[in-house]
Structures are given as structure tokens and as C-alpha cells.
Design a binder for this molecule. Structure first.
Ligand code: UPG
Ligand code: MN
Length: 929
């Protein structure tokens, strides 16, 4: 390829596209997984338990979940089918178009000075003002939905500072051009002159920073002479109730607007659109649309860059990179927008909260790019103004970016007054804004739905992912922030699926089928919760009940399960590592995968349904970009941050505890009447699933029981989760296990002794009921005698002439206790006897680590409650039976038996409630450490 001429015949592209290699191997692998999935489905369909068998419905549910997982896996293959990578040639761009470069308008959005500190906002603004681009063609607009004078003040100060900062950046080719990030980066100093300039610019920045931080701290501004808009505020004005404030801080067309080196400054505009309580403002979409209109009258750049206030420009060449796509003569006119990845600066080594969305950034978006381009994800996106404003696609129409449109600004003050109406609350009434024009309204992910609608018109988009990140943002640093953000996204994406622009039907035929599937991955995020919740609850509960839901280890059907599970996990780990992650990072991502799906997605799913029914409004919780010192320290140490009471935490804790409970439950049974090899053979996958659940939740258990810092799980969450478990246990496990007897039943002639080995300190519960007398219709009313003796022969209890009794004692000696029954009647009697001991006492006092004690205490309390309940149930049942037999004699057996049984059931349930209530009352005290 030569350089030079621009003639059609020797067209030299401004960018090149490279296809990923090795896709054939991947496709073969994917096919093998698919075969595995089909086999799993076949197994499920052909092994459904018959209607009398245990676990039939659970099985059918498993089948449903696996159909979902399989289909979902299938759509995720679309974005892995073929990947493309883009490379730009900015040198060619300069050679060809340096004098015809289009104007670029940059929109920065902010919404709340408390969670988006003004100092961060102006660093972003300064970084984009300092792009390596002709300044007279650059305009920067700050939309302040927070209507904050602090933000305004900071911006004004930044505009003064920019007169020094911009020439400094250009002189020393500084990167990055956000001053805060630059000074933090320990910059390289070139020579003595640079040392001097560096010192003075650093001092200036520190002064700026001090001023802004001080104003923030005091909540007021020393000098308000330039604050025209805010000067109009009266006592009724507030951030949610004020007139449009539009102020052109730097007027690029003013010959006087120059930096200290004499170069022109980019235009800088502050806009706080009108806000009134009675008018819904449509969040960021509303702000963007106001910006589109206002800017069209000021600079009207044909290219718009949108960044969030926390995403500073990390590469001064990015505009040129983007223009390489948009200005390419051959393919450029197809592209509506250029979306850079969202990369975050504050990610810890192992990316505790999976903020990087590594697979999405390094794989999926490249896959989408092969099918028509990535979605618009809000920040770091270069758009063509015409298309964003609603221009329809047509093959023959080419937007010529080179055409220069000159805007005469005239008197700035008059202009400001005239344009204010463009940002008023009522301007959009009876217009297509928010529908056919501008960003779409009514969806919490205004960006994605807007991008999709643009792609559905026939436009493409493109995804450059340069080595040096083009933008760097601030990711959430607490679990709550992330889960709330994920809820907004998954809710928004699900709404897209149900909207007019649904990729599933509207998109069909309009966009590539691969792109449709790609969008579906995100649109179906939230419905995922159903299958994942099912998988994290049902198999574990059935493990506890002893009902297998997977094939036995020795069965051939075990193989497809093992293959799919192992291969997919290895695949995702390898993909993650190849995308630059660490192994621990992958592990953290698995945890987040679970937490998002079981909490954020669930709430999003429920909220969407409520919204469909008209019960819920559109919300937008702005992600906080700040956190307190303590919490940031823990974030740096990669310690999960809870600290707040959130319904999401209750859900994830409940699930974790439930699994812990199920696994310990089955292991306890192991001692009693179950062999390990048998358990493993029949329930290996359930054990592994439950075990994996526990292992991945270890940090959560730590936060629930052991941690003492402020980031631990609040005790109210702990106790609420316990209450949830209680509910599960009562309704699912116990009710279903009603009727299973633990005691023994024997017929006694004269005397009968039962021995039971008891450990020191154990509480022994025992009970007996004389069920019936042998042979005749005679029914003994005298009962039997019971003497309980300890290992040394001492008498513990002595009962005479009882038909039923229930008692307990604490074993002060270790050894064999004897329960001796004496029957004085001439008839044989059937006795139902039950004894429970030592199940819930952890003797291991030398389990030194005091951290484990509370956990064991919790488990053993829970267990104790369980056994108590089972014990009580047994007793009640035996009583019922006795009554039934008494009644038999009266000939009303059937009716009465039924009646007594239901009474016993109710009594048992009441008892359960009582016992567990008591248990948790005690627990509340314990967990408040
Ligand atoms: O009423 C509002 C609410 C938010 N914003 C701005 O919107 C941006 C995004 O808000 P943020 O809370 O940071 O949300 P994120 O989830 O981090 O943002 C991602 O997801 C959003 C959609 O949910 C997109 O709008 C963003 O561009 C995208 O980066 C920020 O600059 C806000 O200042 C407004 O201008 N007005
Ligand atoms: Mn953000």
C-alpha cells in the first residue's frame, strides 16, 4: 500500500479490520458443548420420576432450568462466533483531512454534586478540552442535572485554569490530560524548562483544587459575580425547581478567548436545563436531548462525543481515532457511532466486583462488531449529530463531515437568553423528542435502546478497543452500588425486550440475526434469575431430603453433565485469563455472577412485572463515585463491602445460609444412618453444587458472622436472612418430612430396656407413647412404668403408670443410659419410644479459633431447633395414633384419625413457629456484635 493520492482507484482506508483467528477450534468446542446440552435434555426428558415418586416436580423444574441455561448458552455463542478487531491510521487522516476536520461537540453529563464531586467533573471537562484537535473546532458542554452552584463554580475556575493547562499539555505532549490523573501518574519530566513549567502548573492545579474542595466543604462560594443564572434563584428555587441556566463560559468564536500561549480556546458551555416538579425530566436522556438542541445553535458540530462526568479522556488522540471510522470514504458513511469500551481506573488487581466485565469488553463486543456493531453504552461514544437527532438511513445519502457550517454567535448574552427556551420543560411537548428524535425516553438504559433503534434503521456502529484506553472511569466500590447499578441495567435491558424496539421482533430482518442474539444476551439478563434461583435452592433442599436430582456417578448420563460443567468453566476461566484477568479475578467474577443473578436480576424482574401492571415508576439511581475512607481502604484490600441494609443482601445471605444448612444437615445424617459412599454415588452433583455454593460464599459468611469492621453484614440482614431460612426449613423441609419417625416401636411383655450411649453434657430428649394393647379390644388405661438410669446406675427419672410421657435431662456422665419399661398389665403393649441426644453440642472446646465459634453456634442452634421439631412431631404423631386406636374401638376411626392428624399437624406447625421464633430472638442478641 502506498501513500498519497485520494483518487478512488488508489483508495487507502483510514482503518483496517482484522478477523480473530482460531475460530474453527472454538466452533468445534462449542458444538461439543451443544451436544452435551442436548444429551442433558434427553436425560431429563427420559427420566422424569413417575407421579408417585419423590421429586417429580423438582425434576421437571430442573428440566426447565436446564432448557433455559442451554438456550441462553446458545445465544451467548453468537458473540463468540467470529470476532473482529479494528485498527486506525490517524496519520493518514491528518494527511488527508487535517484542514477539513469536522467540528466536534463534547457533552459531559453530571447530575449530583454529592455523588459526582465537582473536582472530578472538571477534571473530565479539562481532559476533553485538551484533546489534540484544532481548538476552534472543539466545544465542550457540561449538563448539570444537579443544578449545583458548586459545580458551576468549579467549572468557571476550570475555565481559567484551562488557559494554562491546554498550552502545557500541547507543549509537553502530556498524557493523560485530566490534571488529577496526570499528577497522580508520576509524569516524566523532559528537561529543566519542563521542571519549571511542571512546578508552576502543578501549583496552579493545587490552587484550583483547594478552591473547589473548600467551596464544597463550606457549601458556599466566595465570589458570585459571574454566577448570573444562580443569582436569579429565590427561596423557592432548588435543584428540582429552577429556570434554565445557560452560560457560555468560553466563547470560541470570540477572538479574545485565548490561552496564555495565544492559542484559541475551545468553547465551554454550562447548561442546567429547566427543572420543575410537575415535569418529568427523563434523566440522562432528557439532559442529552437538551444538549443536542442547545449545542445545535451554538457550535452545531456534526460529531458529538458523549462522556459521563467520571470518564475522563485518557488519550488525546481519540477524536482522531473515531474520525478514522467516520471519515473513511469507503465504509465510513455506514457508521452511525463509534463506541469505545468503558474501562475503569479504580479496578483492584483481582477485580473484586467484576466491574471490568472482561468477557464483554474483550470478547463479546468484538463479536457484536462482526455483526453490525456494539450497542451504544452511554459514555465514550462518538455519534453523528444528524443520526442521533433522528435522520433515517438511506443507502445513497452520505453525511459529509467535511462541510463546514459556520455559526455566527453574535452577542453572547442575547444568544444565551434566546437558547434558554430550548432547554425548558415544555419545549418537547408535542414534539418527537425522546421518540423519533434524540435519545429515547422511558427506559433506564436510554443509551442501549437509542443505539439499537439506530442500528435497526440500517446504520452500523464500530468498536475500537485500542491498547491505551481512550477513556477511564470510576467503577463502584461497594457491593451495594454494583448490585443497584446492575439492577438498573438489567431492568432497562428487559424493558427493551418488551419495547417497540425489541431485538426479538422489531430487530428481526432489520439487524443481523447474530446481533439480535447478541442483544438478547443482555435483554435476558434479568429473567435469568428464575433458573439460577431454582438451581441454587432446589437441588440443595433435595440433597437434605435425600432425593437425587442428577444421574448417579456410575451412570453414563453423568458424563454429559460433568463435561458441560467442567468444560464451560475451564473455557470461561481461559477466556478470562486471555483477556488479561487473573485467576482470582475469574473466581470473583463467578461470585458476582451469582449475586447479580439472584439479587439484582430478581428485583429487576419483579419490578418490570410490577411496571407492566402499572405499579412501579421509572427510576434512575445515580451511581456514587465516592466512598468513605474506611470503605475505600477495604476496597483496596479486596474485602467485600456490605455495611448497608439492602434487600439484595438479604437474598444473597439467605441463599448462602440455606446451602450451608443443607450441606451440614446431610453431613450430620451421614453419621447417623447414611454411608458416605452411598451418598456420593447417588448425589455427587448435588453435593458439589451445594459445596461450590458454600465455597464461593465464604467471604459472605465471614461478613455475616466474623467481621467486626463497618463493612460487615449489618445484623439486621443477618437476622432477616435467618428468618428466611426458618421459613424455608419449616415450609419445605419439615412439612415434607412429617410422617417420618425416628424412634423405635416395640412390643413389651413384662420388662424391656433400651440403652443409649450419651456423651458428656448432652441434652437428652426422650418420649414414649403406649400405642395399643395386644390382642383384644381392651385398652390399657394404667399405662407402663419407666425408669431411666445413668451409666453408674444412678436413677435419673422414674415414671409410674403413664400412657405417654415426654421429658429431657442433661447427661452429667458419659456412657450408656438405660431406659427400662415395665408392663404390669396382663396384655402385650406396643410402645413407641424416641430418644435424641448430643446432636447439637459442640464439645470441641479447644476449637481454638474463636472466629469459628459463632458459626458453629449458629449451625448448632439451627440444628437443635430442627431436631426438637422432629422430636415433637414424632411425639405428636404417636399420640395421634394412640388416639386413633382408642377411637377405633368406638367405631369412628376414619373420621377421627383424620381430625387428630390434622390437629397434630397444626400443633406441630405452631410449635415449629414457636421454637424457631425463640431461637431467632436469641440469635438477634448474638449477632449484634
Ligand atoms: O438524571 C440524571 C441521571 C444521570 N445523569 C448522568 O448520567 C450518567 C450516568 O449515570 P451513572 O449513575 O454514572 O450510571 P452508570 O450506570 O454508571 O452509567 C451507565 O449506564 C447509564 C444507563 O443506565 C448510561 O446513561 C451511562 O452513560 C452509562 O455509563 C452520569 O454522568 C450522570 O451524571 C444525568 O445526567 N441525569
Ligand atoms: Mn457511571
Amino acid at each position: 500500500m502506498g501513500s498519497g493520492g485520494t483518487g478512488k482507484s488508489e483508495y487507502i482506508p483510514l482503518f483496517e479490520t482484522e478477523k480473530a483467528k482460531g475460530r474453527i477450534v472454538h466452533r468445534l468446542f462449542a458444538t461439543s458443548i451443544f451436544v452435551g446440552i442436548i444429551l442433558i435434555w434427553i436425560y431429563r426428558a427420559s427420566h422424569i420420576p413417575r407421579s408417585q415418586e419423590d421429586g417429580r416436580w423438582a425434576w421437571i423444574g430442573m428440566f426447565g432450568a436446564e432448557i433455559w441455561f442451554g438456550l441462553y448458552w446458545f445465544i451467548t455463542q453468537s458473540v463468540r462466533w467470529s470476532l473482529v478487531y479494528r485498527r486506525t491510521f490517524t496519520d493518514r487522516l491528518s494527511r488527508r483531512f487535517e484542514n477539513e476536520l469536522p467540528k466536534v461537540d463534547i457533552f459531559v453529563c453530571t447530575a449530583d454534586p454529592a455523588v459526582e464531586p465537582p473536582i472530578m467533573v472538571i477534571n473530565t471537562v479539562l481532559s476533553v478540552m485538551a484533546y489534540d484537535y484544532p481548538t476552534e473546532k472543539l466545544s465542550v458542554y457540561l449538563s448539570d442535572d444537579g443544578g449545583s452552584e458548586l459545580t458551576f463554580h468549579a467549572l468557571l475556575e476550570a475555565s481559567y485554569f484551562s488557559k494554562h493547562w491546554l498550552p502545557y499539555c500541547k507543549k509537553y505532549k502530556v498524557e493523560p490530560r485530566s490534571p488529577a490523573a496526570y499528577f497522580e501518574s508520576d509524569p516524566r519530566i523532559l528537561d529543566a524548562n519542563h521542571t519549571k513549567d511542571f512546578a508552576s502548573i502543578k501549583k496552579l492545579y493545587e490552587q484550583l483544587e483547594n478552591k473547589v474542595l473548600l467551596a464544597n466543604k463550606l457549601g458556599q462560594i466566595p465570589d458570585k459575580s459571574e454566577h448570573k443564572g444562580f443569582a436569579m434563584w429565590d427561596s423557592s428555587s432548588s435543584r428540582g425547581n429552577h429556570d434554565t441556566i445557560l452560560q457560555i463560559l468560553v466563547n470560541g468564536s470570540d477572538p479574545e478567548a485565548r490561552d496564555v500561549a495565544g492559542c484559541k480556546l475551545p468553547t465551554l458551555v454550562y447548561l442546567a436545563r429547566e427543572k420543575r416538579p410537575e415535569h418529568f425530566h427523563n434523566f440522562k436522556a432528557g439532559a442529552m436531548n437538551a444538549l443536542i438542541r442547545v449545542s445545535s445553535e451554538i457550535s452545531n458540530g456534526p460529531v458529538i462525543l458523549n462522556v459521563d462526568c467520571d470518564m475522563y479522556s485518557n488519550d488525546s488522540q481519540s477524536i482522531r481515532d473515531a474520525l478514522c471510522f467516520l471519515m473513511d470514504e469507503e465504509k465510513g458513511h455506514e457508521f452511525a457511532y463509534v463506541q469505545f469500551p468503558q474501562i475503569f481506573k479504580n479496578i483492584t488487581k483481582n477485580d473484586l466486583y467484576a466491574n471490568s466485565m472482561t468477557a464483554g469488553r474483550e470478547v463479546e463486543f468484538h463479536g457484536l462488531d462482526a455483526f453490525g456493531g456494539p450497542p451504544y453504552i452511554g459514555s465514550g461514544c462518538f455519534q453523528r449529530r444528524e443520526i442521533l437527532s433522528g435522520r433515517k438511513y438511506s443507502k445513497c445519502y452520505k453525511i459529509d463531515l467535511k462541510t463546514q457550517n459556520e455559526c455566527k454567535m453574535g452577542n453572547v448574552h442575547e444568544l444565551e437568553e434566546r437558547l434558554k427556551s430550548l432547554a425548558s420543560c415544555t419545549y418537547e411537548q408535542n414534539t418527537e423528542w425522546g421518540h423519533e428524535m434524540g435519545l429515547k425516553y422511558g427506559c433506564p438504559v436510554e443509551d442501549v435502546i437509542t443505539g439499537l433503534s439506530i442500528q435497526c434503521q440500517g446504520w452500523k456502529s464500530v468498536y475500537p478497543n485500542p491498547e491505551r484506553p481512550a477513556f477511564l472511569g470510576v467503577a463502584g466500590t461497594t457491593l451495594d452500588q454494583i448490585l443497584v447499578q446492575q439492577k438498573r441495567w438489567s431492568e432497562g435491558d428487559l424493558q427493551i425486550l418488551l419495547s417497540k424496539y425489541s431485538p426479538a421482533w422489531y430487530g428481526l430482518g432489520r439487524i443481523h440475526i447474530g446481533l439480535t442474539m447478541g442483544y438478547l444476551i443482555y435483554c435476558l439478563w434479568s429473567p435469568n434469575c428464575v433458573a439460577v434461583l431454582y438451581y441454587s435452592i432446589i437441588p440443595s433442599l433435595h440433597l437434605l431430603k435425600g432425593i437425587p436430582l442428577f444421574p448417579q456417578v456410575s451412570s453414563v448420563w453423568f458424563l454429559p453433565f460433568a463435561y458441560v460443567i467442567i468444560a464451560e468453566h475451564i473455557y470461561s476461566a481461559v477466556e478470562f485469563l486471555l483477556s488479561g484477568g487473573t485467576f482470582l479475578g475469574w473466581w470473583n467474577e463467578q461470585r458476582m455472577w451469582l449475586y447479580k443473578r439472584t439479587s439484582s436480576y430478581l428485583l429487576a424482574f419483579v419490578d418490570t412485572i410490577l411496571k407492566l401492571l402499572g405499579f412501579s415508576d421509572l427510576k434512575f439511581v445515580i451511581s456514587s463515585k465516592v466512598s468513605d475512607e474506611d470503605a475505600s481502604k477495604r476496597y483496596g484490600e479486596e474485602i467485600l463491602e456490605f455495611g448497608t441494609t439492602s434487600p439484595m443482601f438479604i437474598i444473597i445471605s439467605t441463599l448462602a445460609l440455606l446451602n450451608l444448612f443443607c450441606l451440614t444437615g446431610i453431613l450430620m445424617k451421614l453419621k447417623a444412618n447414611l454411608s458416605l459412599s452411598f451418598l456420593w454415588e447417588t448425589m455427587a452433583l448435588q453435593i458439589l453444587l451445594c459445596g461450590a455454593f458454600i465455597v464461593i460464599n465464604l467471604p459472605l459468611f465471614d461478613a455475616l458472622f466474623f467481621r467486626k469492621d463497618n463493612g460487615r453484614m449489618p445484623s439486621s440482614v443477618t437476622s432477616k436472612s435467618m428468618m428466611k431460612i426458618w421459613w424455608w426449613v419449616v415450609t419445605v423441609v419439615l412439612v415434607s418430612s412429617l410422617g417420618s419417625c425416628f424412634g423405635i416401636r416395640f412390643v413389651i411383655d413384662r420388662e424391656e430396656c433400651i440403652s443409649h450411649k450419651v456423651e458428656y453434657g448432652a441434652t437428652v430428649h426422650y418420649s414414649f407413647v403406649v400405642i395399643k394393647s395386644d390382642g383384644s379390644w381392651h385398652f390399657s388405661h394404667e399405662g407402663v412404668d419407666l425408669v431411666v438410669k445413668g451409666p453408674t446406675g444412678e436413677q435419673v427419672h422414674d415414671f409410674r403408670d403413664k400412657t405417654s410421657e415426654k421429658d429431657e435431662f442433661v447427661a452429667y456422665h458419659e456412657g450408656v443410659y438405660k431406659f427400662c419399661f415395665t408392663n404390669k398389665s396382663p396384655y402385650h403393649e406396643t410402645i413407641d419410644f424416641d430418644v435424641q441426644a448430643g446432636h447439637f453440642v459442640f464439645h470441641d472446646e479447644h476449637a481454638k479459633d474463636e472466629h469459628f465459634k459463632p458459626l458453629f453456634e449458629h449451625i448448632s442452634k439451627l440444628e437443635e431447633a430442627l431436631y426438637n421439631i422432629q422430636f415433637e412431631q414424632h411425639w405428636l404423631e404417636a399420640q395421634t395414633e394412640r388416639q386413633a386406636i382408642v377411637n377405633e374401638g368406638m367405631g369412628k376411626r376414619v373420621m377421627h384419625k383424620a381430625m387428630y392428624e390434622s390437629l397434630a399437624l397444626i400443633a406441630a406447625s405452631v410449635l415449629q413457629v414457636y421454637l424457631l421464633r425463640r431461637l431467632f430472638d436469641r440469635k438477634l442478641g448474638i449477632s449484634r456484635v
